[in-house]
Write a protein that binds this ligand. Structure first.
Ligand code: ADP
Ligand code: ZN
Ligand code: ZN
Length: 685
């Protein structure tokens, strides 16, 4: 050890190289995987990661490491390897990948040392006796699925599973029983959810099952001290189960035996900032490196995962019926296309989304009325927040648009008596509501389309005594507000809940007997090859929120595309039918899972500059003659965002044909524009 005088350090910056430093007498023993503070450039100090050590003096002058942040390295061999894999796969620097594994800001609180606090809290809390295994009798389907899961846990080898289980089929019970087995072997388990809002019921269930002190929660809202304690408790093995969203996949488990990835298909598993990793892919690699079992579960697995399971890459387990002989609710499609055969009707009211267009069709209105009379609960789903997605002048055709983005401005009612405002949902900028048309000065501005606020207002207008609340990002920005509404609905104080996709997932309320989808088509029109899949997923999930109790449920879906295969399949609860049809389209058009994609977006404030930068890059990519298919360059679907013009190049290929492009892009920097590279993108907008 005494001879190792130099450290190789990676920094969390987008520079694809490492730096060498001298180790002074005091720092001689700093192990690989530690975080250190080191001078960087003439004036700055940065936190970096020791990724190598050597005795050989570099041929250039070196500076000394200033300080070591860790007494014990956060990162073991396996995590370092995971970081290298993330860096290679998603084109970020090793330091950026390491920043996911051991966040630079993760530090013991200054005043109170972590060790003291921890012993204190263990002393003060009686540890509850682990609850007895519940006497729940597994269904035949659950039993059949559990056997291979337990066998894989016993084998202590890497084994990926995909459970396709319809909503309310008892997938969670399978996760928990496999977890029981892994914990009894003295190993640890990681439970991943797509969104932090979904964690409370799972957290309670896990704590009750395994004991408060053995279960941790990881999310971005934790205080610095809580983060540090949770992280070190995972590393020291005191925490046996960690529940969390995306970033928990990097937690430093020394003995990981199981990863559960619930709602496997969710787009939120993809990180949209650098490094742009997909939690599912990282989880697969992590499980492989730890010789762990990975269970991915969903009622609507992503096409890619189901295809891989069918190919035998993952073991496929299927649950096709609900527990306790409950049935899936009937889904009715309500055709909202204008009936053009009615002569003499004023054209305004026939225009699909114009003024005079009723938010609720007659059948939906009637169904709501019946549920209210019977004191049953209602969920109303509309995938758009705000009051109305844009204003349009019926005289000259002017449309409200953001001055900085190629997006319409949504009309919002102010909360708590505040005045209304227009807001851009891309950049959040607010503007005043115009009274007259800014273009022709006439008073002919009309509201187009429906958002959550309008649904709430219309519901309260039609049924003045209804007790209703709204859950969307505007309402749920404060955690407390979200919990208050959630509790009020769960406790039966509310008749109806109106919301965006926030209410489509995970909610388990037995008294909900009606789900109304006010507008099913929003996601259908997105210029993205996954728009049909998204729509099908969302409708299936939202339909799954009802019929979970004694009284049977029902789903009413208002749509302008009742013949679309995504809606037809959702109506029939036909995942496999949808899968086969969609898979055929993907194969014909050459989209995943039949190829891999790289999405490159160039942006800058001048349109001609970004266009020529895109042309230049396209030419360079063409010269690689890889056999991959190059599409573009063309304006991105959001052609302008925050005053930046955006151009897009899409590369379709295989592992082999994409390799030269990845290698090139890792080193390439456009001279006059910003470039972002998304490997295996989930969102092409
Ligand atoms: P999923 O995740 O597949 O939608 P859950 O795992 O949440 O379904 O299970 C739905 C409900 O059924 C839960 O309340 C759960 O406790 C219960 N449940 C699960 N398995 C059984 C079973 N074998 N018998 C009775 N109830 C069950
Ligand atoms: Zn006008
Ligand atoms: Zn904007």
């Amino acid at each position: 050890m005494a001879g190792l005088l130099y450290a190789e350090v990676a920094f969390p910056i987008p520079l694809n190289r490492t730096f060498h430093y001298r180790l002074s007498e005091d720092h001689r023993d700093i192990p690989i995987g530690s975080r250190v503070l080191a001078p960087f450039g003439p004036k700055k100090n940065l936190v970096g990661y020791v990724v190598g050590r050597s005795a050989e003096k570099p041929s250039f002058p070196t500076k000394a490491i200033l300080r070591s942040l860790d007494t014990q390295p956060f990162i073991d061999e396996a995590l370092l390897e995971l970081a290298r894999w993330v860096s290679d796969r998603y084109l970020c620097s090793l330091g950026e990948a390491l920043a996911c594994v051991a966040p630079p800001a993760l530090e013991a609180p200054k005043r109170q040392r972590a060790g003291e606090r921890e012993s204190e809290s263990t002393r003060s809390k009686e540890s509850p006796a682990p609850s007895l295994p519940r006497s729940l009798t597994l269904t035949a389907e659950q039993k059949r699925a559990l056997d291979p899961l337990l066998a894989a846990a016993d084998a202590k080898a890497f084994h990926p599973f995909l459970i396709r289980g319809i909503t309310d089929s008892g997938k969670t019970e399978l996760y928990l029983r496999t977890m029981d087995r892994v914990l009894s072997q003295g190993r640890q388990a990681l439970f991943l959810l797509p969104e932090i809002a979904l964690t409370p019921p799972f957290f309670d269930q896990l704590k009750e099952r395994y004991g408060e002190e053995k279960v941790g929660l990881w999310h971005s809202g934790l205080s610095g001290g809580e983060r540090y304690r949770t992280w070190t408790a995972v590393r020291d093995g005191t925490l046996q189960v960690l529940l969390g969203a995306r970033s928990a996949v990097f937690a430093p488990f020394p003995r990981l035996g199981l990863i559960v990835l619930d709602e496997e298909h969710e787009a939120t598993y993809k990180q949209e900032d650098r490094p742009r990793y997909h939690t599912r892919e990282v989880a697969l690699k992590r499980a492989e490196l730890s010789a762990a079992v990975l269970i991915m579960g969903s009622a609507t697995p992503s096409l890619e995962s189901y295809w891989k399971a069918k190919q035998g890459v993952y073991t496929l387990l299927e649950l096709t019926s609900r527990v306790e002989e409950r049935t899936l609710p009937p889904v009715e499609l309500i055709d909202r296309r204008p009936k053009s055969l009615e002569p003499g009707a004023p054209s305004q009211s026939r225009s699909p989304r114009g003024a005079g267009y009723a938010v609720f069709s007659e059948p939906l209105k009637l169904a709501i009325e019946q549920r209210l009379a019977r004191r049953e609960q209602i969920l109303l789903f509309v995938n758009r927040r705000g009051f109305t997605p844009f204003l349009r002048c019926s005289a000259c055709g002017w449309v409200s648009r953001c001055s900085r983005c190629s997006m319409t401005l949504t009309l919002h009612l102010g909360l708590g008596g505040a005045s209304p405002y227009m807001q851009c949902h891309a950049c959040s900028q607010r503007e005043p509501v115009p009274i007259q048309c800014p273009a022709c000065r006439r008073m002919r501005l009309r509201q187009f389309g429906v958002g959550t606020q309008k649904v709430e207002e219309e519901l309260k207008r039609l049924f003045p005594f209804v007790k209703a609340a709204r859950l969307d990002r505007d309402m749920a920005s404060q955690r407390r507000q979200y919990e208050k509404i959630y509790r009020a609905f769960a406790g039966g104080e509310l008749d109806a809940l109106i919301g965006t996709q926030m209410i489509a997932k995970g909610f388990d309320f037995p008294k909900v007997t009606l789900v109304g989808v006010v507008e099913a088509d929003v996601s259908l029109h997105l210029p993205d090859f996954r728009s049909a899949e998204r729509t099908f997923d969302l409708l299936t999930q939202v339909a799954g929120r009802t019929g979970r109790g004694q009284v049977k449920g029902k789903v009413l879906v208002q749509t302008h595309h009742p013949d679309h295969y995504a809606l037809q399949a959702a109506q029939m609860h036909d995942y496999v039918g949808f899968y086969e049809r969609e898979l055929g389209d993907r194969e014909r058009l050459g989209y995943p899972p039949f190829c891999r994609l790289i999405n490159i977006v160039l942006r800058t404030s001048k349109e001609d500059v970004v266009q020529s930068a895109a042309d230049d890059l396209f030419g360079r990519l063409e010269k690689l003659e890889s056999g991959a298919q190059l599409l573009g360059p063309s304006p991105a679907p959001y052609s302008r965002l925050r005053n930046q013009f955006r151009y897009q190049i899409l590369i379709k290929g295989t592992d082999e044909t994409l390799a030269p492009h990845l290698q090139f892009l890792r080193r390439f920097r456009p001279a006059k524009a910003y470039m972002s590279v998304d490997v295996d993108p989930v969102d092409l907008l």
